[in-house]
Design a protein around this ligand. Structure first.
Ligand code: PHE
Ligand code: NA
Length: 501
């Protein structure tokens, strides 16, 4: 394109945006649930190992790719090696799927801010969530009616997201993160402080931090830990490539990656502490052990929390803060996911940002409302989330590592790119993690979870449903990626590899 590339105004602007992308529903809604299902304390060690061996090294890799090649995910991979463009489009397709359901959870959270004010769920938060609010149907895969309460909120979420993206990298994304991230920190500190002073909180923390060494031999705990790290740090989606492509040359990349992962993990651990403290309170109220308080992770935020809000003094205030935190965290992440798609399409077709936002935003809003704001929405969301993360994100990350580190042998070059401007120098450990440890773990994860998939249907869903809503969605993303990379795009690429800096 002839327009100069957009840029963050300062390094702080980039950091706010990168932290805003990382800190999301994954920290507040997903992490405590995953940790809870993996048995609490058993989860922390695999989680830290996944962070150090895969999360941080991959984050640095994505930053160096984005800054070096200065393009969207497909554009960056294309400049690295023409056929690798498919990897970038695969990530774009994955982002489309994730954005479509991530926005839905955000919409629920928006509604629950309101519900907290007058405790709308009465004394049956479980029935309220599934029956009254979501109106979940009986049969997975059947879509027979819209759920208006979800649908209009979802459309509002899309409207806000698209306005921010339309305003651009600096005036939209950066500005929005500069407001929401500080706000989120304040909300969160108040929440956790309140949670810690509840009766029974310490029993909850005990369940969270008590190590259970036997769980270390359970492969599903390791898989959950690596999966959580990918999702939580937003690595493997092309987000960090896209955001780093708006950087000025001299920014400290490795230092930024450390700052972002440290912030993200602090939020995650804080959320874990807050949620488990609250579970401890609930256990104390109902006289059961902490690990029996809720039956399912997904219900943690929208079922267990409302229950607690009803039981605690000044609960409404607590509920509003909790769901407002979900909204602030989720909105900034959703924005980053959609920007991956917008930047790719804009760059490769040459259309204006306004048109790209309108076309993609329109398609996303229609898809996400049509599929997920319905009586079949929850089943679809559950299956899509599982399959796109297990057989989209992780598989794409594995492919990136194999191609970039083994086939193209680009790690030394990328290491030099990072070291040229970073206070922390990368050592051989970085290449070791990306070239050996992470691909090995990911490969093993793939095999192990595939075997599990054939032993037992995910979520006990019928095979016919999983075939399209799970496997179909994951395979579709790959197919779209390959097809997009083969389409004849505009060829006048001023930053083609031969002009590479
Ligand atoms: N990292 C975000 C979270 O923790 C989710 C996310 C995934 C954001 C993928 C961008 C890309 O919620
Ligand atoms: Na996160």
């Amino acid at each position: 394109s002839t327009q100069p590339r957009e840029q963050w105004s300062t390094r702080a602007g980039f950091l706010f945006a990168a932290i805003g992308s990382a800190v999301g529903l994954g920290n507040i809604w997903r992490f405590p649930a995953v940790a809870y299902e993996a048995g609490g304390g058993a989860f922390l060690l695999p989680y830290l190992i996944a962070l150090l061996t895969a999360g941080i090294p991959l984050l640095i890799l994505e930053y160096t790719i984005g800054r070096r090649y200065r393009a969207s995910a497909p554009g960056s991979f294309r400049r690295m090696w023409r056929p690798a463009e498919a990897l970038g489009w695969w990530q774009v397709a994955i982002c489309f799927v994730i954005a479509a359901y991530y926005a839905v959870i955000l919409a629920w959270a928006v509604r629950y801010v309101g519900f907290s004010v007058n405790l709308s769920w009465g004394d049956d938060p479980d029935g309220y969530f599934f029956n009254d609010f979501l109106r979940v149907g009986d049969e997975p895969g059947a879509i027979t009616s819209f759920v208006p309460g979800v649908a209009w909120t979802l459309l509002a979420v899309w409207l806000v997201t698209l306005v921010v993206l339309w305003l651009g990298v600096r005036r939209g994304i950066e500005w929005c993160n500069r407001i929401f991230i500080p706000l989120l920190i304040v909300f969160f500190l108040v929440l956790v402080a309140r949670a810690l002073t509840l009766e029974g909180a310490l029993d909850g923390l005990d369940a969270f931090f008590r190590p259970d060494w036997s769980a270390l031999t359970d492969s599903s705990v390791w898989i959950a830990a690596y999966g959580q790290i990918f999702f939580s740090l937003s690595v493997g989606f092309g987000v960090m490539i896209t955001y780093a492509s708006y950087l000025k040359r001299k920014v400290d990349l490795s230092g930024s990656a450390l700052a972002v992962s440290f912030s993200n993990c602090s939020f995650e651990l804080l959320a874990g502490i807050g949620v488990f403290a609250v579970l401890g309170f609930m256990a104390a109220q109902s006289g059961v052990p902490v690990d029996e308080v809720v039956s399912e992770g997904i219900g943690l935020a929208f079922v267990a929390f409302p229950q607690i809000v009803s039981q605690m003094p000044a609960g409404a205030f607590f509920g509003v803060l909790f769901f407002a935190s979900l909204v602030a965290a989720g909105l900034t992440s959703l924005i980053s996911i959609v920007q991956v798609i917008v930047s790719a399409v804009q760059e490769h077709t040459g259309i204006s940002r306004t048109r790209a936002v309108l076309i993609i935003g329109g398609a996303l809003a229609v898809t996400s409302t049509g599929l997920f704001a319905t009586d079949g929405g929850l089943y679809l969301l559950d299956a899509a989330d599982h399959f796109i993360n297990s057989y989209g994100v992780t598989l794409a990350a594995l492919a990136v590592l194999i191609i970039v580190s083994w086939y193209l042998r680009k790690l030394p070059q990328q290491q030099a790119e990072a070291d040229s401007s970073s206070s922390v120098r990368l050592g051989v450990w970085w290449r070791l993690c990306l070239g050996v440890i992470t691909p090995a773990v990911l490969g093993w994860m793939m095999v192990d979870s595939l075997i599990g998939e054939f032993q037992e249907n995910y979520g006990d869903f019928p095979t016919s449903f999983l075939l399209w809503a799970g496997w179909g969605v994951a395979a579709g993303a790959l197919l779209v990626g390959v097809v997009m990379s083969l389409l004849p795009w505009r060829r006048d690429d001023p930053h083609a590899p031969e002009n590479e800096p």
